[in-house]
Design a protein around this ligand. Structure first.
Ligand SMILES: [Zn+2]
Ligand SMILES: [Zn+2]
Length: 297
């Protein structure tokens, strides 16, 4: 991590150092430089904002890790794709630090020098090139996030699930029976992030931090969420359990107890898996029998 704020950030004067940095001409120049390199990016200039550090990290994604450039400001984390040999950045994403939680992924062996960034809409693992680089990032992130969370009262505590990467399982992680194929596609429970089959994730539940519409959840999460549901968070709809497909599957469901803390920590991608042309035979059948609720995911 190239740290711009390090000379100001040692020991006790962190906040003063960042405030001081935010007012400096050098800081304004750096921020403008970052902004200018983003294609179709938002304006990054803001009073009181300081660019604390930047660096290239591997973002562990659903399909495979991708290189992304990250910029840590004192109030936001910005990242994007590097194009044209570093001359330009695209796909700008901005996460307010007040919404971010930093933690250690449980699959450190597969992703050394990594850490997990969780936020309401998106949670993902990033990987540095060395332990030293990781330590530097974490030190700066922790301080900035801590400061933002403490000064922002309207913080949202709910964060997105970390999606288990597609290559981790060829069988449904809920029923342990369904094998995935072109016609039997992988789905992700939006609540726990497990890879599940369609049969085990027919329920939808409103997770307000993720979406204004109800989203796909696995049967285990649905039970749990329904029990815990409050006025703010109600199940919105559920497929008819007398559905012939459902009856067939009910016999061999073996729900896995959901233990969020043990979940493999992985990335989620913002992409919704498009069902596209790959309607399974099941769905064709469902369509015919008028159980044709559109599967958005
Ligand atoms: Zn299943
Ligand atoms: Zn689940």
């Amino acid at each position: 991590m190239d740290s711009n704020g390090s000379t100001h950030s040692s020991s006790s004067g962190k906040e003063d150092g960042l405030s001081q940095l935010s007012r400096s001409a050098e800081n304004a120049k750096r921020i403008k430089n970052v902004q200018d390199k983003f294609v179709n990016g938002q304006s990054l200039a803001k009073e009181g904002r300081a660019l604390v550090g930047e660096g290239v990290l591997m973002k562990v994604c659903r399909k495979k890790p991708k290189q992304r450039v990250f910029f840590l400001f004192n109030d936001i984390l910005v990242y994007g794709r590097v194009v044209m040999n570093g001359l330009k950045y695209t796909q700008q994403k901005i996460i307010p630090l007040s919404e971010i939680k930093i933690s250690t992924p449980t699959d450190c062996e597969e992703n050394p020098y990594s850490w997990l960034i969780s936020s309401p809409k998106k949670s993902f693992v990033v990987r540095a090139n060395s332990d030293r680089e990781r330590q530097e990032w974490l030190a700066h992130l922790d301080r900035c996030v801590y400061h933002c969370r403490n000064t922002n009262q309207s913080q949202n505590n709910a964060v997105a699930a970390h999606w288990v990467p597609d290559d981790r399982s060829d069988t449904c992680m809920h029923c342990h029976t369904t094998k995935f194929s072109t016609y039997n596609r992988k789905h992700h429970c939006r609540n726990c992030g497990y890879i599940v089959c369609d049969g085990c994730s027919k329920k939808r539940f409103l997770l307000p931090h993720l979406d204004s519409k109800s989203v796909r959840v696995c049967d285990a999460c649905y039970s749990k969420l329904t029990k815990n549901s409050t006025n703010e968070s109600r199940p919105t709809h559920q497929r008819d359990s007398s559905d012939s497909e459902g009856e067939e599957n009910n016999g061999h469901y073996s729900p896995v107890p959901v233990c969020l803390s043990r979940h493999i920590l992985i990335t989620i991608s913002s992409h919704i898996c498009i069902v596209g042309h790959f309607l399974s035979e099941r769905r064709k059948f469902l369509k015919k029998t008028q159980y044709h609720r559109e599967l958005n995911d």
